[in-house]
Design a protein around this ligand. Structure first.
Ligand code: 0WD
Length: 256
């Protein structure tokens, strides 16, 4: 379908073929969107170019953006403004925490590790929303990626669970701020998916096993399912929804 025909959408966080942001890329491309990519590392830049070529997807623009830097965010969105002009959506699929804090006790979290995970995983959405809203002169939709560890204690998720709680609260506050400009802000809460970021979380395989056993659908979700749900949030199909967290997790979150 061409639900996103003529829409300019920024995708942040494709590291490789397994990235959730890559599943999202395919869904948005299939809906006809023009895609703009940001990434942090040279390595993911090269991977992205190869992936785009292999899948015959033509990017409108690929620009470097390290969300740890206000200057980098400003430069990226200046470049997007210069080359593309108006944008209609942003997909934020970025998070980071030190590996050694994604195991053991949350009580052992260092001050530095706590602040780093908040900065990259939660504050980045605030900074990106501020920059993106200037380019969303025709209204828009911003979608981020969260996880159940924000709502419940999930073993080992620790400091990242607290960062995701902060991210989800930010979704609500940001939704209120930008709603008056016709911009919506929502989150997808995906079940566990094997990606580069997921490798850092201790006991990740067990989490996938529990979903297969206990979730109503008795199976894990994949990047394509998150991609289609994100497409819904980016498109006008969800025009009545903002400040929401949608679980794409085979229903796992409803089971006690
Ligand atoms: O089970 C999972 N994999 C789940 C992931 C379940 C539910 C939610 N999520 C979330 C993650 O927490 C994250 O917010 O989905 C989002 C995407 O994660 P992913 O697809 O699992 O992970 P990955 O493929 O490793 O992509 C993460 C990206 C990488 O891109 P780059 O281009 O930098 O290699 O986030 C990037 C990370 O490096 N990232 C940054 N991007 C810009 N600036 C930064 C940064 N400072 N730090 C990390």
């Amino acid at each position: 379908s061409g639900l996103l025909q003529g829409k300019n959408i920024v995708i942040m966080g494709v590291a490789n073929e397994r990235s959730i942001a890559w599943g999202i890329t395919k869904s948005l491309h299939n809906a006809g969107a023009n895609l703009i990519f940001t990434n942090r590392q040279e390595r993911s830049y090269n991977k992205l170019l190869k992936l785009l070529e292999k899948n015959e997807i033509e990017a409108k623009l690929v620009v470097n953006c390290d969300v740890a830097s206000d200057e980098s965010i400003a430069l990226a969105f200046d470049k997007i403004k210069e080359d593309v002009g108006v944008i209609h959506g942003v997909v934020h699929a970025i998070a980071f925490a030190n590996r050694d804090e994604l195991k053991g006790e949350y009580a052992d979290t260092s001050r530095e590790g706590f602040l780093l995970s908040q900065e990259i995983s939660a504050y980045s959405l605030v900074a990106v929303t501020k920059a993106a809203k200037e380019l969303m002169t025709e209204g828009g939709s911003i979608v981020t990626q969260t996880y159940l560890g924000a709502e419940r204690v999930i073993p080992n998720y620790n400091v990242m669970g607290v960062a995701k709680a902060s991210l989800e609260a930010s979704v609500r506050y940001l939704a209120e701020d930008v709603g008056k400009y016709g911009i919506r802000v929502n989150a997808i809460s995906a079940g566990p998916i094997r990606t580069l970021a997921a490798k850092g979380v201790s006991g990740f395989n067990e989490k996938m096993g529990v979903v297969e056993e206990k979730a109503p659908l008795r199976r894990n979700v994949d990047q394509d399912q998150v991609g289609d749900a994100t497409m819904f949030f980016i498109s006008d199909l969800s025009r009545g929804v903002t400040g929401e967290v949608l679980h794409v997790d085979s229903g796992f979150n409803i089971i006690g």
